[in-house]
Write a protein that binds this ligand. Structure first.
Ligand code: ADP
Length: 398
């Protein structure tokens, strides 16, 4: 089966076309500047990229262009749209309803729309992407794969916040968790690497990218995770603060006369690596500055490393043990300094990494970086959320 995976954002639409027979990527790319301009970059393995600038006022226009390019004589990889057996959509938020990947029909779209108040940033563009696909491919099954559904088995005492209980029952304020598809994928890959069953392992996965989260998986199920009601909570991120004392927010609003939007801007867009370093949200630039002796860049990396270390400690305690620690996403896969900062002085917990292996892990490849004899095995595993979405889509449609 051929599966099209769509990841729809407010002004962009990323796609990958998979041949599920051998799980190969037939084409992938991105439509950018939707609503403000329009550009498409289309890649096919072993061939030159195709880039085109055309106005893309809406997501519907982006899907129309994508289907045109996929079936184009020169740049395409299929003859007809009907060759696409199903479309899998990355959906950030499935609320409490979607505990598993699901077929998306008009009723499901309505239910997703009802989640927009608690998912105002990511919800609307995803729904636009789904509707555009349904318009253009009405007979092709559409599947939703939810970032939150991996956390549907968290125990209540880990997803209920210590706030008035009515805020949960009436406003649905609870920990939902995000990045679930990535954590699910790399946890399974770690088990495979170890030649063990996921159902017999305790694993902590650190997805460290622009957005970062840490998840504890025990015996095949997520048992805790660092992102919460929104993807703001937890580890330090590129521009997001992660966990802070909540009283800082009303303090700032009162003392500086700030609106909720202005405080949101501070904690979402001006904090994290960027806010601390004053240099960049890009870990590469922060690393370069730190190498050149910049104090605030060094501090930013230390605060990031420590925020992840604390979460690992908490999850080892919650799981009463640990078999494997996994690093993934842009920083987790590439940044040996951050991995070292996270893992140093953790031998009490059985975590110890080999400095050489950590430094010279081949980028983009799976690798083990544990020190010889370490009780816990530590891995670098590239994430592949798109493949996970394609696999779920294929399984559901079949
Ligand atoms: P997103 O959350 O947007 O998917 P990614 O997983 O792509 O983010 O991660 C982006 C982060 O990964 C950026 O901070 C970037 O600096 C970092 N990164 C990417 N490549 C490297 C590298 N070679 N060394 C250090 N950091 C890297």
């Amino acid at each position: 089966m051929i599966v099209l995976v769509i990841n729809s954002g407010s002004s962009s639409l990323k796609y990958q076309l998979f041949n599920m027979q051998d799980r190969s990527v037939m084409a992938k790319g991105i439509c950018e500047c939707i609503g403000t301009g329009g550009r498409m970059t289309h890649k096919r393995p072993g061939m030159e990229n195709y880039t085109v600038e055309v106005p893309l006022p809406t997501h519907d226009d982006a899907i129309e262009l994508l289907l045109k390019v996929l079936t184009d004589r020169e740049y395409g990889v299929i003859k007809d749209i009907s060759e696409i057996g199903a479309v899998g959509h990355r959906i950030a938020h499935g609320g409490e309803k979607y505990k598993k990947s699901a077929i998306i029909d008009s009723r499901a779209i309505k239910e997703l729309e009802e989640l927009n108040p608690i998912n105002p940033l990511h919800g609307p563009p995803i729904i636009k992407g789904i509707k555009a696909c349904l318009n253009r491919m009405p007979d092709t099954p559409q599947v939703g794969v939810f970032d939150t559904s991996y956390y549907s088995d968290l125990p209540d005492y880990r997803y209920i916040y210590p706030l008035p209980y009515e805020l949960y029952t009436e406003k649905k304020i609870r920990r939902y968790g995000f990045h679930g598809t990535s954590h699910r994928y790399v946890a399974a890959q770690a088990a495979r690497y170890m030649g063990r069953e996921l159902s017999e392992l305790k694993i902590i996965t650190c997805h460290l990218g622009n957005g970062s989260s840490v998840t504890a998986t025990a015996y095949g199920k997520a048992v805790d995770t660092s992102m919460g009601f929104t993807p703001q909570e937890g580890a330090v991120m590129g521009t997001r603060s992660g966990s802070i004392d909540p009283s800082i927010i009303p303090f700032l609003m009162k003392t500086d006369n700030l609106t909720p939007e202005q405080v949101e801007e501070i904690i979402n867009k001006k904090s994290g690596l960027l806010g601390i370093s004053g240099i960049s949200n890009d870990a590469r630039e922060v690393n370069n500055a730190a190498d050149n002796g910049n104090y605030r860049a060094q501090l930013a990396l230390k605060i990031l490393g420590n925020s992840v270390k604390k979460l690992i400690g908490a999850y080892v305690a919650e799981m009463n043990g640990l078999d494997a620690l996994v690093f993934t996403a842009g920083i987790g896969e590439n940044d040996f300094v951050v991995r070292r900062l996270v893992c140093e002085e953790m031998d009490y917990l059985g975590i110890a990494i080999d400095e050489e292996k950590n430094r010279f892990t081949i980028k983009g490849k799976e690798g083990e970086i544990s020190a010889p004899g370490a009780r816990v095995r530590t891995f670098v595993i590239p994430t592949n959320e798109e493949l996970m979405i394609a696999l779920d889509t294929c399984a559901l449609v079949r």
